[in-house]
Ligand binder design. Structure first.
Ligand SMILES: [Mg+2]
Length: 294
């Protein structure tokens, strides 16, 4: 049985909570899925993931995979997922790097030249989108500083980023995560931590932080597929990114307990989540039961 349902979110009285849940589930036409902790852990796919995706297809429900990790390009992700026997096309993926590019194009159309702290994959995506990349030189003045998940970060480039931020250049972060999950004996210092260092050094916070929990990622999914929020479920394992984004975008918030958040943490989350399930398999069974009139 579902372990949490917010009656207020269903418009139902608490006594009719399971009927309200079925009604909500029957409206779902699209499922947005977090990746790490939801469909796989590191490089190991969960045994229920592919059966769940097959069930979605049988139920005529589409899906999009979302990630805040801007170190890999969409093409990298397609290859990474293929190794787990998960076959997707580019339009079934949405990364924070993609969102950042769209944001720059829409809100700051004069931004053409970017100083980037990011991987070669992210550099390629930025360049392919029509931007030019500034070198590590005081003579190569950018329009904006963009911080991603830079796994090859150097002290010189960190200092150059701080210099341009101090000069008043636009300061954009692709996502807020302070660390990237890993099963290795290390801490993967992520975009949010590097931005915190830059804020300490310059006195400026990022002008915009894309990626989850910013609702733009789900709004992009809604636009791509011409859906209303009530047609969309957002499934993830993190409360402060996946679930907060779901709630901000008005999608059904579905927490899986296969990653970071625990049942106790989920129970104390405000506002309440729509649904907490053990894993994707349980959510799949509920979607199927709702379609069958359950
Ligand atoms: Mg996750």
């Amino acid at each position: 049985m579902p372990s949490a349902l917010n009656p207020a979110a269903t418009g139902q009285k608490p006594g009719s909570r399971f009927q309200g849940l079925s009604d909500r589930l029957r409206q779902i036409q699209h499922v947005a899925l977090d990746m790490d902790g939801t469909i796989y852990c590191g490089s190991t796919v969960f045994p229920f993931t592919n059966p769940f995706l097959k069930l979605l297809s049988e139920l005529n429900i589409d899906f999009t995979l979302l990630t805040n990790n801007s170190s890999r390009s969409v093409e990298d992700y397609i290859a990474h997922l293929r190794r787990m026997d998960i076959h997707v096309t580019a339009d079934q993926l949405c990364t924070s790097a993609h969102l950042t590019i769209e944001f720059l194009k829409e809100t700051t159309p004069k931004t053409r030249h970017i100083f980037l702290l990011g991987t070669d994959s992210m550099s390629s995506e930025i360049a392919a989108a029509g931007f030019t990349l500034a070198t590590d030189s005081a003579d190569d003045e950018p329009d904006a500083v963009l911080v991603g998940f830079d796994m090859g970060l150097t002290f010189s480039r960190l200092c150059r980023a701080a210099y341009w931020i101090k000069q008043g250049k636009l300061f954009i972060a692709s996502h807020p995560d302070r660390v990237c999950p890993t099963d290795q004996p290390t801490v993967l210092v992520d975009c949010g931590s590097v931005c915190a260092a830059l804020t300490e050094a310059t006195g400026r916070k990022p002008d915009a932080v894309l990626g989850k929990p910013d609702p733009r990622m789900l709004r992009e999914v809604l636009q791509r597929h011409e859906l209303r929020p009530e047609n969309l479920a957002m499934v993830g394992d993190r409360l402060y990114t996946d679930m907060v984004m779901a709630q901000r975008a008005g999608a059904l918030s579905v927490l899986v307990l296969t990653g970071e958040a625990t049942q106790a943490e989920a129970a104390s989350h405000i506002p309440s989540l729509d649904l907490v399930v053990k894993d994707l398999a349980q959510f799949g069974e509920m979607l199927k039961a709702a379609r069958n009139g359950g």
